[in-house]
Design a protein around this ligand. Sequence first.
Ligand SMILES: [Fe+2]
Length: 335
Amino acid sequence: MRVLSGVVMAAVMMSSAPALAADSVTVYSYRQPFLIDPILQDFTAKTGIEVDVVFAKDGIAERLTREGRLSPADLVLTSDFSRLMELVDKHLVQPLDSTIIDAAIPAQFRSPDDLWFSLTKRVRNIYSSKARLGAIDINYEDLASPQFKGKICTRSGKHPYNVALVASMLAHHGEADTKAWLEGLKANLAQRPQGNDRAQVKAVKEGLCDIAIGNSYYLGSMMMDPNQQAWAQAVAINFPNQSNRGAHINVSGMAMAKHAPNRAGAQALMEYLASAEAQTKYAEVNFEYPVNPKVQPSEMVASWGQFTEDALPIQALADNHSAAVKLLDEVKFDM
Ligand SMILES: [Fe+2]
């Protein structure tokens, strides 16, 4: 597998893009190399198809737009759902009708138009202080309850993980109730939204708040980090809404680039990424839940317990995305 920087990539394009196209696939990836490298190496070993990865923290949609028909990108990997939606909204992807992928990934986690596919799932959990609250049976709705006044920590409401959660609330409750909920949640915050998901768990450990909102896999990565282990050990992981609709799920995913020079290669790689073999490896490295129901989560993730998932189709998060952003502005959530 070859990881190319932006500069090198441009040079390759100009000199030898047509020669590369037949036996290599170019991936533009928001996902970090350590997560996907081992899987891509397996794919190359199995198929002989080389994979060139262009990793970017930001700006893949802009880059695809700029490159247009000359783009070398065959497929895009995203670390969250809103970036997948951005590609769709800007018409930067094309549909892929694959019976292999359709069999591997449940319909709830695929685009109704075959424009995108989820690869991994994560819960937006509610973490509670073991010392002050212990494990709790809680609904997202309860975060607005006066009993938690001054007790809750979260990152920016505008972060894609929180926008997706608000979008799911909109899908279930409609605008008026979701707005009231957001106002209640804002009133319960211990401090202005700031930092990332791990910082909220750290704040619980430090006694700033009793409850943190955060994705499930961060508990795994904090446990593995000697500098963060104590934060993770200070919290209980709670799966919300277990006596009703289930916990909110967000996803990472993939889509075929609109001008993919190597459609067949991209399809082969996308089918491999959905396979039980690749899903097993993916689940191990990032403590996420496999989207392929035949694959079990890693041992650590399984130890957090079984839970009910919200069955809301992921497409509903996209449909409610702009309304969620608008509501977060209206209640001035981050101010
Ligand atoms: Fe994340």
